[in-house]
Design a protein around this ligand. Sequence first.
Ligand code: ACM
Ligand code: ZN
Length: 768
Amino acid sequence: MKFRLLFWIIGLLIMGGPLMAGPFDLVPLPASVVRGEGQFSLSRKTVIRYDGALAQEAVMAVKMLEPVLGFALETEVSGSAPENGVIRLQLNQPNDRLTGTEGYLLKITPQKILISANTAAGIFYGVQTLRQMAGESPAAVPAAVIIDYPRFPYRGVHVDVSRHFMPFASLFPLIDQMAAHKINVFHWHLVDDQGWRLEIKKYPRLTEVGAWRVDREDLHWNSRPLQKPGEKATYGGFYTQEQVRELVKYAQERHVTIIPEIEMPAHAMAALAAYPALSCTGENLGVSPGGVWPITHIFCAGKEETFHFLEDVLTETMELFPSTFIHVGGDEADKTEWKRCPLCQNRIKEEGLKDEHELQSYFITRMEKFLNKHNRKLLGWDEILEGGLAPEASVMSWRGEDGAIAAARSGHYAVMTPTSHCYFDYYQGDPSLEPPAFGGNITLKKVYDFEPVPAALTGEEAQYILGAQANHWSEFISTPEHLQYMMFPRLAALAEVVWSPKESRDWDDFSSRMKTQYARYALAGIPYARSAFQVKAHPRLIPETKSLEVEFTTEVSHPEIRYTLDGSVPGPVSPLYTGPVAVTRSVTARAAVFVDGKSVTTPLSRPFFLHKAVACPVNTRYPNSSRYDGSGAYTLVDGVKGSTNFNDGNWKGYYKDDLVATIDLGQPTSVRAVETHAIQDIGSWIFMPAGVVVEVSPDGEHFRRLGSATHAIPVTAAERILYDFRVKKRAENVRYVRVTARNLGTCPEGHAGAGQGAHLFVSEIVVN
Ligand code: ACM
Ligand code: ZN
């Protein structure tokens, strides 16, 4: 509060005259916005007048403003002409300490618009803000003083173009959007097991062979057999060096630095398909068409050729990318081959290393020396901490924040990109309403609530946190449109996290500003996600009355939620939701958010089952996994079936064990059918029960078999599948029902986890 007041006073001094406080719908929110009186009218007569050193920024300003104005403004270098009716781009003399290296002052009066900054980047960001303000009504840009600068110097977006190739032309609009969000780093994940996408002149096979894989797009990512002899590799693509230069320049003009990532020692199967001799075994496994786990086929750390090759590759990479940081991956290297390889073992001995972790550290440190020699800095995933961090390395903390904490405490820089908040390949809404995603659930609000500085760090250590980054891994993202869908609007939330002052974070305010941001996306033709408008139902079991109380929520602030309980589609005059709704019989609840009288998303549809076993005691022979406890004791009999998200709080998970559950119905009951609700999600190693047996008993001691049920769902099925194992048979005088669902025990052949433990998940046992 104090913070905002200070700026308000600064604004007051700059503007003179009476003021209204309050931001416009700017995203990310500037450090300070003070509204003035009147407005500036942007027209064809408006001229962009610039300091000589800002010629390039003037060109960019014309380009940036043209889509919102519908015409291109004239520019002229600043001279002695009067400055009314102009957009003035001006470098500060001397530097202004407050706005720093990327900040700006944007002062709009009825006479003139001034953008001043210490740097060209600051001017550029001032123009981005002006573009947002002008977008609403160019002829009446409201008078204001905006003082703005970023909270963090590293504001990143990562895109994986290996798992799925993104056409070259599709990258330009992404850079434009990054810039519009004041993002300044594009971390380009150019190589991985599933494709090498960067032309390297010295090693043409990297793209002749490494850029192409057999097309198994019709199979689940984690069930794609490797290339067979004689099979043609037809899926893929790569970027030529000429294209890379063009994109780098385009990004530079928009103050976006492209950091290339060349993965080592793992995620290298595409490179090893081209140059098999660089692995420990020399085997050629081809370019993997899908998921590989664990990742054992990696560069040999014992062969000198490996280092020569990688140094050559990095040499050409550095020629293409002027970024200070070069990302060398370093993640998820399984050391199985290194343990067996005489050359790797020899290296461990010769270098006096303790183990394979230290061998990885040797590997990365050696690459770092090479990069440092060329005045570059090494950046790597947090596994580069294992076995000892290279002396100058910076860490990208993805497995939570521990990597960043360790780095900062030892005086190394870190970029935050934890799976908890920054993995934009995860679901952003109800998985049953979303296109298939990697898993997890990172909603718009979850991103907005992200705090990049780990609480465990002291103020001094916190200086080592450079910023944060959104990661777009593309296992499940195969088109540019889908990539944009995953990126927007979550990038708006991340932009605010990394740019805006921490003190000004306010979800309600952001949520209301996003209405305008959505209109900007629509104007730019971005297929953004509306998942934040989805309605969620939160049923609460009332054991005493064996009924439910259902709350409806959505992420957006002040929603107009309308609902029905008869299964019909809610319309603009359906009951308005004002508080928890009682459900006393089996119904299907439907609900949607309405904006301006229209439903914004596919309405929620949630059935509730008030069956004979609801709120009855359940005993299980084997405990469920502690991580997958659903909602506790009544999970299997709470009237609620789980969704395709096994983490939605409705599922009990059993690792390797069977589910054997005995339900006490409390009194002799007549039973007609028993249904067991299960899920298969092979990407998370969850398989359908092999079969389900239902037994009944009058006394809890003598059980007789009521029936059994199996299924015909292939263990390779790509989608998440829900299935009810139904045993339909009458029985009287039943007090106890025992359900046995058989776990496969291990993941089947052909699955990425073949031979390792399998999960079984059940959400409800419906007794009718
Ligand atoms: C990663 O997600 N393997 C960095
Ligand atoms: Zn080796």
